[in-house]
Design a protein around this ligand. Structure first.
Ligand code: CAA
Length: 381
């Protein structure tokens, strides 16, 4: 694995950093307060190739690699975690499975507009009774001629408030449990589909989290992704890639908090000198910088493993677990360095602190990552 970035990756990182600072950062505080979904940001990100970073250019994407994708998610999340997860879901949870499992017609119809940012996607797996136990989902898909009829409810769906396309996991044969699940590409403008209210959360307020409802919704059989019974493996292998995106998001949030704390420590005067002169603060900064670097390296390792075309469940789970736990620690210390000011809405650090928390929950909780990691190391020994 290469440690330095290529010229192309460096150029992408610098371009995304400028875009993040000029376009995303100025509205981050406002959309966090209002919960408004930044659709205009998503469209502009699409024009830069960020809606489908590693989708080939002839299919609407930027045609880059997973490291480039991680750099992009880190730079966006460094200023706005909501915008980071919006892009991460569209790239890894929506474009990726269509790229890997879709046929030519599905790629033309769905992947091209999604990767170009003309359409927005969401990933509809979680249900009220099926969170960590994803195989327990109860949404059904009954075959009826050349259609399927979908019935069921999904919850906590990122991008759900505005998505044009949902990848929906439903059971075609409940008695077969996980082997009876299928995946569907579902346009959200068809009858039988509806959305719930915007979920008001602790953090990532503007990520359009909502419920999705399917009531006798007819979906053409041509929009089934993969075979009947493949759905669970499509979901799990897609989440492996998604977890790399969330690790990159956690690195970005932590870096935003770290940089704010570093600047504050140099400027804030107490006892007649900048607080950065005190060893207590210096040691905080040292730990934060080291842990950030370690998390980024694990994230790049997982991204590199995905690019090699091998199974990378272990690397992705390790990166996501480490980076999300690191983000809790780093944002917490950043807030501490800011003292009382850090606890106010005036400074960004309280937003980073709140946003970091979800990275330990979505796309598989920390406990689920430990299950995946321990399964792999026990299998290998
Ligand atoms: N890739 C391919 N296949 C996989 C796989 C993977 N990563 N993981 C499991 N499988 C296969 C297994 O090989 C097995 O295959 P067979 O049927 O041939 O035996 C099958 O899937 C079932 O595997 P398990 O017995 O391990 O499945 P399980 O029911 O015990 O579940 C789990 C395992 C790790 C707990 C899994 O359910 C899981 O990851 N849960 C967490 C769900 C999750 O991450 N949800 C996130 C929701 S999306 C979201 O959060 C988006 C957002 O808002 C940002």
């Amino acid at each position: 694995m290469r440690i330095e970035l290529t010229e192309e990756q460096t150029l992408l990182r610098d371009t995304v950093r400028r875009f993040a600072e000029e376009v995303v950062a100025p509205r981050a505080k406002e959309i966090d307060a209002s919960g408004e979904f930044p659709l205009d940001f998503f469209r502009r990100a699409g024009e830069l190739g960020l809606a489908g970073v590693y989708v080939p250019a002839d299919l609407g994407g930027a045609g880059m690699d997973m490291i480039a994708y991680c750099l992009a998610i880190e730079e966006i999340s460094r200023v706005c975690a909501s915008s980071g997860v919006i892009l991460s879901v569209n790239n890894s949870l929506v474009c990726d499975p269509i790229l890997r499992f879709g046929n030519d017609e599905q790629k033309r119809e769905f992947l091209e507009p999604l990767a170009a940012g003309r359409k927005l996607g969401c990933f509809a797996l979680t249900e009220p009774g099926a969170g960590s136990d994803a195989a327990a989902l109860r949404t059904t898909a009954r075959r009826d001629g050349d259609h399927y009829v979908l019935d069921g409810d999904k919850v906590f769906i990122t991008n759900g408030t505005h998505a044009d396309v949902a990848i929906v996991f439903a059971s075609v044969a409940p008695e077969k449990k996980h082997r009876g699940i299928a995946a569907f590409l579902v346009p959200t403008d068809a009858p039988g589909f509806s959305r719930g209210h915007h979920e008001y959360k602790l953090g990532v307020q503007a990520s359009g989290t909502t419920q999705l409802y399917f009531e006798a919704m007819r979906v053409p059989a041509a929009w089934r992704l993969g075979e009947e019974g493949d759905g669970f493996k499509i979901a799990m292998s897609t989440l492996d890639g998604g977890r790399i995106g969330i690790a990159a998001q956690a690195v970005g949030i932590a870096r935003g908090a770290f940089e704010a704390a570093l600047a504050y420590a140099k400027e804030r005067q107490q006892f007649g000198r900048p607080i950065a002169d005190f060893q207590a603060i210096q040691f905080y900064l040292a730990d934060m910088a080291m842990e950030l670097d370690a998390a980024r390296l694990l994230t790049f390792k997982a991204a590199w493993a995905k690019d090699q075309g091998k199974r990378y469940s272990l690397e992705a789970a390790q990166a996501k677990l480490f980076a999300s736990e690191m983000a809790q620690k780093v944002t917490n210390k950043a807030l501490q360095i800011h003292g009382g000011y850090g606890y106010t809405r005036e400074y960004d650090v309280e937003r980073f602190f709140r946003d970091a928390r979800i990275t330990e929950i979505y796309e598989g909780t920390s406990e689920i990552q430990k299950l995946v990691i321990s399964d792999w190391i026990l299998k290998e020994s």
